[in-house]
Design a protein. Structure first.
Length: 363
């Protein structure tokens, strides 16, 4: 896997920030799970009263401790996942750096020069990047919070000259990156989907219709569809969370809507107004969308889809899902309501490197 010139430069500009952010997140989480007790020294100290009844620090501790144990386990799992995700990014960046260094070292040896002397010669030659080219690149790729051009001009020129040199050297000596990201096999056959079956990239989403983060991601998914069209396929799988009182009902209702060929219209309606997920509301929404109310109500009032929804939950748990939304892009996990650039990073990588072909080979 190789990035084109502009992608490579942007990747290097952004990678340090991503790694620092990940490290900061790990420190914060570890601080949360490892923090010392903040309770009173005396376990019998009274912390609340109800009339003559006293509640002691020990009583409170007995109630809180099981929740803290559960929280610790959950946070530790999140940290492990974060480290696993960042581990691949770090390995890939380091491997690309190693191949780049080797190419330059070999070229310097051919010219009987030290690496610093070789780079000085190449960066000042006729193929070196001009100030105008660097400024044009900066104007096209700068984002919010990017430092002024004059402050980063030396570093940008150095990166662009290095990348231009590497592009020339790779033509003489092609490089192949064979490192593969972690993939899991997600059996999503038979589930509602948008996009062609032979789309290069498949995105499987485990979702909960009552989850606010799932709702927040709907706009991102629509933007991805607008950008990539038939290049991506989105597959829905159910993962109703137990603390969402209407999530299971909504999942059942969406499957009943699917019977009448209106899954995605119903799906969008549920996310559009998450305050209308009670059984009566779910039936009213079906009627509003022009479904056969009798068939829908009979379907909804039965338990015909309960086992299938629970099977989705079990399948998700087996591959590491513990919250929603959870995405698998050609089997590559992406957890939570991530910003669109994170989706694009994985999609572009899959499109450039085989996409579904790689996932199929993991089966």
């Amino acid at each position: 896997m190789l990035l084109n010139r502009n992608q490579a430069i942007r990747y290097r500009l952004e990678s340090a920030g991503r790694i620092v952010s990940a490290a900061a997140a790990i420190v914060i989480v570890c601080a949360a799970v490892c923090a010392p007790r903040a309770w009173a020294d005396d376990p019998n100290a009274t912390v609340a009263t109800v009339g003559d009844h006293k509640i002691s620090e020990k009583d409170l501790d007995a109630k809180v401790q099981p929740q803290l144990v559960q929280m610790r386990a959950m946070l530790e799992k999140r940290v492990d996942q974060l480290i696993a995700d960042k581990s691949f990014d770090l390995k890939r960046e380091t491997l690309e750096s190693m191949t780049d260094d080797y190419l330059i070292d070999q070229a310097a040896q051919r010219d009987k020069l030290s690496v610093p002397d070789y780079l000085r010669k190449e960066y000042s030659g006729k193929d070196s990047v001009t100030d105008a080219e660097a400024k044009a690149f900066y104007d096209k790729n700068k984002g919010q919070g990017t430092a002024p051009y004059d402050k980063i001009k030396p570093q940008l020129l150095q990166m662009m000259n290095r990348q231009a040199l590497l592009d020339r050297l790779r033509k003489e000596q092609p490089v192949k990156i064979l490192l593969e990201p972690k993939r899991v096999v997600v059996d999503s056959s038979g589930h509602p989907a948008q996009g062609p079956k032979d789309a290069p990239v498949t995105i499987v989403e485990f979702t909960d219709f009552q989850c606010p983060f799932c709702k927040a991601t709907q706009g991102t998914l629509k933007q991805l569809h607008d950008k990539y069209g038939d290049k991506i396929r989105l597959v829905h799988m159910d993962y109703p969370l137990p603390f969402h009182s209407h999530a299971m009902d909504a999942a059942k209702a969406a499957r009943c809507a699917n019977e009448q060929g209106k899954f995605w219209q119903y799906h969008d309606a549920l996310f559009a107004d998450q305050s209308k997920l009670a059984p009566a509301d779910l039936k009213a929404t079906a009627k509003t969308l022009g479904m056969n109310s009798g068939k829908f109500d009979t379907c909804f009032d039965s338990a015909k889809y309960d086992s299938q929804i629970k099977a989705d939950q079990a399948a998700g748990e087996k591959i590491g899902v513990d919250g929603t939304p959870a995405f698998f892009i050609d089997g590559r996990p992406l957890t939570g309501a991530q910003p669109i650039p994170k989706f694009q990073e994985l999609i572009e990588d899959e499109l450039a490197n085989g996409g579904n072909t790689k996932q199929a080979s993991a089966r």
